[in-house]
Design a binder for this molecule. Structure first.
Ligand code: K7E
Ligand code: CUA
Length: 617
């Protein structure tokens, strides 16, 4: 009882502190007693600002990386409701992902992926609502079609590049998504001792070409880089369109206890890549084929990559909407550094270099820097709002700093609970951010939700950024593991409600129950099945033990939300078929006997009758 009262009191204090901080410049100032009424009305305002009444819809979609859950979580803003889970790198029985032939093939041998950075497709630097890309540490990148919110392609693991963290940043007209190595290793991969890391291990930056019509990704080229740990990236836009920026740490080229050995230098680098120049070099036949990929060594083709010194162990690099400012956050510094792209170009032209790394020129820091903004401790990532406002997450300070591009003045801080990593602003990576909302994606949450045991629920915090002071509106549970998210205006996304019958070109589709049935060729059996309320036709079928069986289920419904499932017991088979869709599953009938199949998605009053048998003789 005593501890419960204490707990409640602690919560009041935390809320009061958060509300107070929203109206004070100094974070975490405890509210005075006299402030109680003000706190109360602040909370009421916050509650109203996030309340989406029954029947109303949210204004924004937020696509949130699920980290090593391998999935993407879709939230609505401002309600912060979790609307949907898009399985990408991990099987997900709820949608049958990873069970049917196509998605199983797409996942390959890996049943997990550590996803980090979703990137919406762009046209002229604006989110266009067509596709969503996301990277994964096992050297893969995926494309989700926002027409149906389904994963359509997983490219990789691609050769040479190991630990794909600095990805999937998309260029302003979706020409490319990018990839870069976190864990350098020998290229091509071979067993070379770690003692030869500094000279024989290499990093890779890869350009993943995106087909402008279909979104299909292909590996276009790779750059051979010094063995640094490439961490994050952002594409140039407007003034810097055609360039790509990647942060790196461990420019010490150290091994072992990196927390010590890779924190020696005061500055690491941002690699600036002129990707149009890389394209020209590729077109002229530069580079060598390594493991089937065209790899260019910048040592042999000068002018493709330049290194911008950035303070210490930088994490995020973020290009401002005008494209001229490049913000690099040194996580072991108290400042975030703003570079000026025009100055970068001048320094390149004047060969204003202070050295080189494996033949790549290092630009003179003083010549390319515009400002060191004293944002606070542990700056990680920066997002942008309207009117040149910038917002930087501070992991160590556990806060967000609001500051102004151009004047470099820090005007506000909002405490985060706790230890913010990424942050996402509405349309925040575009050439014209919306302002309105900012979401802090926190790494820890201790005490912000009901306890569910040692693994605490993760927390995201929604802020109103329309006014001078940032205002905390809402704490939302976030599916782990939060990394980056992007927020797009809801009306830019135009999802379909059913797959139109005329678009279904699946060779095994059947739209008439009279055409459903079993055909056999040798020991290959094909079952064409129709799913419609409330029967799976054929209702039973026979095969022989050892047969290779393909069941193709077509859901012939053209009604919204009328999904059917096909669960086959004891065979680990679980399909979910959307209206108008055909899915197949192929298996060997190893076990003999009688096995029930049934619809797993509740579809009608007679859903429970939607069942049948497979007899294996
Ligand atoms: Cu983008 Cu979380 Cu992979 Cu920063 S990382 S926090
Ligand atoms: Cu079909 Cu339940």
């Amino acid at each position: 009882m005593e501890s419960q009262r204490l707990h409640a009191w602690a919560r009041v204090l935390i809320l009061a502190a958060a509300a107070a901080a929203a109206t004070q410049c100094t974070p975490s100032r405890p509210a005075s007693r006299a402030g109680g009424a003000a706190v109360q009305s602040d909370l009421a305002v916050a509650a109203q600002a996030t309340y989406v009444a029954p029947g109303d819809l949210d204004q924004y979609y937020m696509f949130s990386s699920g980290g090593h859950s391998g999935q993407i979580y879709v939230y609505g803003l401002p309600s912060m409701r979790h609307l949907s889970t898009i399985p990408v790198f991990t099987p997900y029985p709820a949608t049958g992902y990873g069970f049917d032939d196509d998605s199983k093939k797409m996942l390959g041998e890996l049943t997990w992926g550590d996803a980090h950075h979703p990137a919406l497709s762009e046209t002229k630097g604006d989110y266009d609502g067509r596709w969503l890309f996301i990277n994964e540490m096992n050297g893969r990148i995926a494309r989700i079609d926002l027409r149906d919110f389904k994963t359509k392609q997983i490219l990789g693991p691609i050769p040479n590049l190991h630990g794909n963290h600095a990805s999937s940043f998309v260029t302003p007209n979706s020409e490319y998504a990018m990839m870069a190595t976190r864990f350098s290793r020998p290229v091509p991969n071979r067993p070379v001792g770690v003692d030869r890391y500094a000279t024989e291990y290499k990093g890779i930056i890869a350009g993943i070409k995106i087909d402008p019509a279909s979104g299909e990704m292909s590996l276009a080229w790779q750059l051979l880089m010094p063995p640094f740990d490439y961490d994050l990236g952002d594409a140039g836009k407007n003034a810097s369109d055609g360039w790509m920026f990647f942060t790196s740490y461990n420019t010490e080229r150290a091994t072992g206890k990196l927390e010590v050995t890779a924190s020696q230098r005061d500055r690491d680098y941002i690699a600036a890549v002129d990707w149009r120049a890389v394209e020209r070099a590729v077109a002229s036949g530069a580079g060598d084929m390594i493991d089937g990929v065209r790899v260019i060594d910048p040592q042999k083709v000068p002018g493709l990559v330049f290194l911008m010194p950035c303070g210490k162990s930088p994490h995020g690099v973020d290009v401002a909407p005008n494209g001229n400012w490049i913000v690099g956050s040194g996580k072991l510094q108290g400042v975030t550094t703003v570079f000026n792209f025009e100055k970068v170009q001048t320094a390149i032209k004047n060969k204003d270099f202070t050295g080189e790394e494996d033949g790549i020129p290092v630009l003179k820091y003083e010549s390319i820097k515009d400002a060191e903004v004293p944002v606070g401790l542990g700056p990680l990532h920066t997002q942008f709002g309207t009117d040149d406002w910038a917002y930087t997450s501070l992991f160590v300070d556990s806060a967000i700093a609001k500051w102004k591009l151009g004047t470099w003045e820090v005007v506000d801080k909002a405490p985060m609970s706790y230890s913010i990593g990424h942050l996402a602003a509405a349309e925040g990576d575009t050439v014209s951010p919306d302002g309105n909302y900012l979401v802090g994606l926190n790494k820890l949450s201790h005490g912000r939700h009901l306890s569910v045991g040692p693994s605490q629920p993760e927390s995201s915090q929604l802020l109103d950024i329309t006014e001078e002071k940032m205002k905390l509106l809402y704490d939302a549970f976030t599916e782990p593991e939060p990394h980056y998210a992007q927020i797009i205006k809801a009306d830019k996304v135009k999802p379909i409600e059913v797959y139109p019958k005329e678009e279904n070109k699946h060779p095994l589709a059947v739209w008439d129950i009279n055409q459903a049935g079993v055909t056999r060729q040798g020991n290959r059996v094909t079952v064409k099945m129709v799913a419609v309320r409330s029967t799976l036709t054929p209702t039973d079928f026979e095969v022989a033990a050892g047969d290779q069986v393909t069941v193709a289920v077509t859901n012939i419904e053209q009604t919204t939300d009328e999904l059917h499932g096909f669960g086959l017991l004891d065979y680990n088979i679980n399909l979910v078929i959307d209206p108008g869709e055909t899915k197949t599953v192929t298996f060997t009938a190893k076990k003999s006997g009688v096995f029930a199949f049934y619809c797993t998605n509740f579809c009608s009053a007679l859903h429970q009758e939607m069942q049948g048998y497979m007899v294996v003789k």
